[in-house]
Ligand binder design. Structure first.
Ligand code: AGP
Length: 610
């Protein structure tokens, strides 16, 4: 998704803006641009490609200035090019705008502006914003009124930063549907799409909510609603530090985040599982627990990897709480006018807490009377702030586009939710106690699992040229099969599909031949015997079997070409470990194929547009 950075303060803006764009690269982009204000004139450079190219252009062409805006563009309307890159200027070259989101009614607005004589330089929806402000300034010379009047005519979503030559001490920021933050430093302020761009120049942060606008000068922040009502918002401590968004000794963020999983599992469980009786205390849910315990149904919703976590949550919650659980793709759930009401609990699962479909699905469910919870990683994110309560997974910043440590922390969080709810319903049930005890062992078992890395690299060397993969699992490991396939797809661009293992017989087995690697999740759980049968079926058709198993499984060792043993744990927690070899397999295959592991083509870390 697009990245926005703005600066106003005592320092030279360009290096701070460029640093901010570097810290937002992980969001995915195809072009970049920057504009600064100097002696009542706007100076701007833009280029397709990487921030590095923009940094060189800016250093050589832009004057020193203490106010500026910058942008990395993830194309929605118009190809990646100089003219489509942001900032977009108006006809008089006195207004510069950077935008994240989609202006739904841009065509009608553009037609009206064309009739009024405006000349457009790009194919983008975003450019209408600068020309619309220009048009409004013709009848109202105050920047704030002109911007408010222009925004009132726009439909769709935006996170915006705006400069105007006639207001050299004013950086405007507005939010409707795309995240935007204000960073507060010593005599300086920043605007950004996410916290990563604020480091290390801000110590506090203000989260703009939808329908809010800020007029920021060096002396402070004038925060208002789009209806021009003043608002006061307390600043929060910025918890992110530079090391959080640096690769350290790792080659890639994805590699770092895979190897951070012992620590991130410690963090998600810290202070939540009692060492005395393995009971779980989820502080964020305490007030809502009665509502959850009396729920008619729990609906888990999310996208991508978070949807896979939701599917895992269904298996666990239904088995141990007997509360009916439904899993919904957020993008479908939000539009199908579902039957949802006051006796439903809707849990929005989202690493970024900003995924547009998940946020919209949660808002739709809340509007229908459901009680909405959030399971998020980013503190202060939109889903976290708009849900009634929730569980932060404390995985630490996840920069790599492919989600890894957030997934295993989501599984741990859903396991703790299951324990808390089942103990509330049936305090004497022993099974949830067992989960709690085993959860506390996971960080060490995860460290053990990560020692498989060199062996997984060997397997990757054997299969990195395969054009297709199948991933098969049953029960708790069906979501892991889906997740393993997604990891491979999104960073190596190999076509891969995940299936419930038994589904092969209903068609997909026709795909199997000696060129087809088939990855099985085959722990010795209640479905083990059936999975072995499926493995036989694949082998009988020449498929090449790679099996993730519990330690010491002589039976599978006789059957599979590669056997990947993960440490033994209880059935319901095996997925937290069995997914790791699949994360590593995708990582090494992508490297062998020369792919950009952290910023795979066409993808963005947080999908804040529909
Ligand atoms: C996962 O590797 C992908 N990057 C993607 O599917 C992601 O899980 C999805 O976009 C949801 O993101 P969220 O968890 O931030 O809502």
């Amino acid at each position: 998704m697009c990245g926005i950075v703005g600066y106003i303060g005592k320092k030279v803006a360009i290096p701070i803006l460029v640093n901010g764009l570097y810290n937002l690269e992980y969001r995915g982009y195809d072009s970049a641009g920057v504009a600064v204000l100097g002696q009542s004139k706007l100076y701007s450079v833009k280029c397709p490609g990487k921030v590095e190219g923009l940094a060189r252009l800016a250093a050589s062409q832009l004057p020193a200035s203490d106010i500026g805006i910058a942008h990395t563009r993830w194309a929605t309307h118009g190809v990646p090019s100089v003219c489509n890159a942001h900032p977009h200027l108006d006809c008089t070259q006195s207004i510069a705008v950077v935008h994240n989101g989609i202006i739904e009614n841009y065509y009608a607005v553009r037609e009206k502006l064309l009739e009024a004589g405006h000349v457009f330089a790009s194919e983008t929806d975003s450019e209408v914003i600068s020309h619309l402000i220009e048009e409004k300034l013709k009848t109202d010379s105050s920047l704030d009124s002109a911007v408010l009047a222009a925004l009132a005519e726009l439909e769709g979503t935006y996170g915006l930063a705006i400069l105007h030559t006639e207001s050299p001490d004013c950086l405007v920021a507005a939010r409707k549907g795309s995240p935007l933050l204000i960073g507060i430093g010593d005599g300086q302020f920043m605007v950004a799409s996410d916290q990563a761009a604020l480091v290390p120049y801000s110590s506090e942060v203000i989260h703009l909510s939808d329908g809010e606008i800020a007029f920021i000068s060096k002396d402070g922040i004038d925060l208002r609603t789009l209806e021009n009502r003043e608002i006061f918002r307390r600043a929060e401590q910025l918890t992110l530090v530079s090391s959080d968004i640096r690769k350290g000794n790792y080659e890639h963020f994805m590699q770092k985040e895979i190897f951070e999983q012992p620590e991130s599992l410690e963090n998600v469980m810290r202070g939540r599982i009692s060492a005395d009786d393995d009971s779980v205390k989820l502080g964020g849910l305490l007030n809502l627990m009665p509502k959850i315990l009396s729920a008619r149904r729990i609906i888990l919703t999310g996208c991508g990897t978070s949807w896979h976590s939701a599917l895992y949550g269904k298996y666990l919650l239904e088995r141990f709480t007997k509360i009916p659980v439904e899993v919904e793709y957020a993008s479908e759930f939000r539009y199908r006018d579902p039957v949802v009401g006051g006796s439903d609990i809707v849990v929005a699962i989202s690493q970024s807490g900003e995924t547009a479909d998940t946020l919209a699905a949660m808002r739709m469910a809340a509007a229908k009377g459901a009680t909405c919870l959030g399971v998020c990683n980013v503190v202060g994110s939109s889903i976290a702030r708009e849900s009634k309560a929730g569980i932060y997974i404390h995985a630490g910043p996840e920069i790599g586009v492919a989600s890894t440590k957030a997934f295993t922390c989501q599984l741990a969080a859903l396991s703790m939710l299951t324990i808390a709810v089942s103990r509330g319903l049936n305090p004497v049930s022993e099974e949830p106690k067992l989960i709690g005890a085993e959860l506390r062992k996971l960080p060490e078992l995860m460290s053990e699992t990560l020692k498989l890395d060199p062996y997984i690299r060997e397997i990757a060397e054997a299969f990195f040229e395969s054009p297709n993969f199948l991933y098969l699992g049953r029960g708790y490991n069906f979501p892991v099969a889906l997740e393993g396939a997604l990891k491979l797809k999104e960073i190596s661009y190999i076509h891969a599909e995940g299936y419930p293992a038994a589904e092969m017989k209903h068609g997909p087995i026709a795909l199997v031949d000696s060129e087809m690697p088939v990855v099985f999740l085959a722990p010795r759980d209640e479905t083990y015997g059936k999975v072995i049968g499926n493995m036989e079926e694949i082998k009988a058709r020449g498929g090449r079997v790679i099996a993730v198993v519990d330690h010491d499984d002589p039976r599978v060792e006789k059957m599979a070409e590669y056997v990947i043993p993960v440490p033994r744990t209880i059935d319901s927690l095996n997925p937290v470990l069995s997914v790791v070899p699949l994360q590593l397999l995708a990582y090494h295959i992508a490297l062998l194929r020369g792919c950009d592991v952290d910023k795979p083509r066409n993808l963005a870390k947080s999908v804040t547009v529909e």
